[in-house]
Design a binder for this molecule. Structure first.
Ligand code: PBG
Length: 328
C-alpha cells in the first residue's frame, strides 16, 4: 500500500489552516483606482469597460470620496479633454480638465488617499501619441520631454502627490525630477511606468479617453517579447530618481514583474489594464467565469508575483470584499 509521509494537503484541509498558511494577502491600502474625468456635467459610460464611466468633475469628487471611505490607497486620474491639438495644450493649461479635476479632488479628500495623475500626452494630442511629432511624423523624444516638464509643473501645482510618467520617453524621469526640484516641488513624487509594453490590452482605454491613435506605439513602448529590457528600463528609472517603478500590463507580464521586484530598491507597482478588466467582465457577463473569484485571483496573482501596490479598476469593489473576508 502507498502511504505518503509527506502530505502537503494537511495544510489545505480546513479554512482555518488555509488562512494561516496563506503566503500572500491583498490589503485595500495597496489598491489604486484609475479614474477618467471628462469635461461637462454628465458622467458617460464606457461600453468596452462595463461598470466604468467617464466622470464629470463632480462625479469624480464623489467617486474619490467613496474610494477614500473604502480605505484604498489612492486614485490615478486621467483627463478626457473636449478639444485636442498637435502638442496637447490641454495638458499644461492650469484649467485643463486633468488639472482642474485634480484640484477639485484634492479639495474633496485632502490626503485621505494619494491623488495621482497620469503624465502623458496621448489623451491630449489629436494624433493620439504620447509625445509631440517631429517633421517626419516620428515621436520626438527630447521635444516631448519639454512638454512633460511643463505638465509636471501644472500637475504639481494642481496638487497631485505622485506623477505617473507613462509616456516611455528616454530620460523622462530625470527631466521631470530636475524640473520639479528647481521649482520647489521636491516633495512631489514620481511613479515611473518603467516597463510599459506595446500591448493590445490597452484597447478599451482608447474608448475610455476617446483617443484615436495614428499608427502604433512600438517605437517607444516595449516589445512584449522582451523581459530583460523591461528590467533594464526599471533600473534606468531608479537611477534617474523614480520613487516607484511600475510594470504594465500586469497579468501577461508577471515574469517581468517578479524580476523587477527582485532587483528593485524602490516600491514596484503593477497596472491591471483596461483589457484585463474587459476580458474578465465579458466572460463573467456570459456566465463563463465566476466574476468575483476571477477578479480576486487575478489581483492576488499580481501581488504574489511581487507588486507592492496594484492599479485596478476593481479597487473599490475588491476593497469591500477584502474587508468582508477579514471580518469572517
Ligand atoms: C498613457 C496611458 C495608457 C494607459 C495608462 N496610461 C494608454 C496607452 O499607453 O496606450 C492604459 C491603461 C489601461 O489600458 O487601462 N496615457
Amino acid at each position: 500500500m502507498i502511504n505518503p509521509v509527506i502530505r502537503p494537503r494537511r495544510l489545505r484541509s480546513t479554512p482555518a489552516l488555509r488562512r494561516l498558511a496563506s503566503e500572500t494577502r491583498v490589503h485595500p491600502a495597496e489598491l489604486v483606482l484609475p479614474l477618467f474625468v471628462r469635461e461637462g456635467n454628465e458622467s458617460t459610460p464606457i461600453s468596452s469597460m462595463p461598470g466604468i464611466v467617464q466622470h464629470s468633475i463632480d462625479g469624480a469628487r464623489r467617486a474619490v470620496a467613496e474610494a477614500a471611505a473604502a480605505g484604498i490607497g489612492g486614485v490615478m486620474l486621467f483627463g478626457v479633454p473636449a478639444v485636442r491639438d498637435a502638442t496637447g495644450t490641454g495638458a499644461t493649461d492650469p484649467d485643463g480638465i486633468l488639472n482642474a479635476a485634480t484640484r477639485a479632488v484634492v479639495a474633496e479628500v485632502g490626503d485621505a488617499l494619494v491623488v495621482q495623475t497620469d503624465l502623458c500626452l496621448d489623451e491630449f494630442t489629436d494624433h493620439g501619441h504620447c509625445g509631440v511629432l517631429a517633421a517626419d511624423g516620428s515621436v520626438d523624444n527630447d521635444a516631448t520631454l519639454l512638454r512633460y516638464n511643463d505638465m509636471a509643473l501644472a500637475q504639481a501645482q494642481a496638487g497631485s502627490a505622485l506623477l505617473g510618467l507613462s509616456g516611455m520617453m528616454d530620460g523622462q524621469v530625470a527631466s521631470v525630477r530636475a524640473t520639479l526640484d528647481a521649482a520647489g516641488y521636491a516633495d512631489t513624487a514620481v511613479l515611473a511606468y518603467s516597463a510599459k509594453y506595446a500591448s493590445a490590452y490597452y484597447g478599451p482605454f482608447r474608448e475610455a479617453v476617446q483617443s484615436t491613435l495614428v499608427g502604433d506605439r512600438r517605437t517607444y513602448q516595449l516589445d512584449p517579447a522582451n523581459r530583460r529590457e523591461g528590467v533594464r528600463e526599471a533600473r534606468i528609472d531608479i537611477d534617474e530618481g523614480a520613487d516607484v517603478v511600475m510594470v504594465k500590463p500586469a497579468g501577461s507580464y508577471l515574469d517581468v514583474l517578479a524580476e523587477v521586484a527582485a532587483m528593485s530598491s524602490v516600491p514596484v507597482w503593477a497596472y491591471q489594464v483596461s483589457g484585463e478588466y474587459a476580458m474578465i467582465e465579458a466572460a463573467a457577463a456570459q456566465g463563463w467565469i465566476d466574476r468575483r473569484r476571477a477578479i480576486e485571483e487575478s489581483v492576488l496573482s499580481i501581488r504574489r508575483a511581487g507588486a507592492d501596490a496594484i492599479l485596478t479598476y476593481w479597487a473599490v469593489e475588491l476593497a469591500a470584499w477584502l474587508t468582508e473576508t477579514d471580518a469572517r
